[in-house]
Design a protein around this ligand. Structure first.
Ligand SMILES: CC(C)(COP(=O)(O)OP(=O)(O)OC[C@H]1O[C@@H](n2cnc3c(N)ncnc32)[C@H](O)[C@@H]1OP(=O)(O)O)[C@@H](O)C(=O)NCCC(=O)NCCS
Length: 173
């Protein structure tokens, strides 16, 4: 049975995080990214210095093995500080065992502690596992960007999804 431990990422996790995200990006075209945006050194520096009120880096371990990674960040202006966005990957060999849900639950705890009220994310319309996880976690589609991605010569819609913590939402002018 999978025993998942979720904790904040440390500088020494950097190489494994970069390797996991790059592996998933290569395996899974519906992720929508080609590779992790930072080198392992830059990720280690980021983990050591990022403001935890703004940035959240979570790792999920199964024993000594990195099973999943979630990155979230919130707005830094007064008008956007209540909003965060996130991205998540789980190792292919560890899927459908609750790792994604455990990472999202930990992110929600962080959001409540720091005062984020609106959780957002972007997911490709073709990403069935991602959409299922997010819908199950309370996210709803807010808008669609038609053909925002071109994957292997096919235009693919991007869904912008959101989940409110507590009361919130728009007010008509
Ligand atoms: C999307 C992803 C993070 C899900 O992680 P996971 O650890 O497998 O998710 P969980 O085990 O916590 O799944 C929780 C629930 O989500 C839904 N779900 C997850 N994967 C699913 C799938 N392939 N098909 C249908 N429903 C799925 C189910 O309701 C599942 O509960 P259940 O297993 O009891 O039925 C993982 O598939 C992944 O890393 N995909 C590639 C990266 C990616 O697409 N990231 C999202 C874009 S930011």
């Amino acid at each position: 049975m999978l025993t998942t431990t979720v904790r904040s990422a440390r500088p020494e996790d950097a190489e494994r995080i970069v390797a996991l995200v790059n592996k998933v990006a290569e395996e899974d075209r519906s992720l929508g990214v080609d590779h992790f945006p930072l080198t392992a050194d830059a990720q280690a520096q980021f983990a050591a210095s990022a403001d935890p009120l703004i940035h959240l880096m979570l790792v999920a371990f199964d024993g000594d093995d990195l099973a999943g990674y979630l990155y979230a960040s919130r707005g830094t202006t007064e008008s956007l500080v209540h909003v965060s966005s996130m991205a998540i990957v789980v190792d292919k060999s560890r899927r459908r065992q609750g790792v994604g849900q455990a990472l999202i639950a930990a992110m929600r705890n962080w959001a409540q502690v720091v005062g984020v009220r609106k959780l957002t994310l972007s997911v490709l319309a073709t990403n069935t596992p991602g959409r299922a996880l997010f819908e199950r976690s309370g996210y709803e589609v807010e808008s669609v960007r038609r053909g925002q991605y071109s994957i292997d010569g096919q235009d693919v819609d991007e869904l912008l999804m959101a989940c409110w913590i507590g009361a919130g939402g728009s007010s008509d002018a």
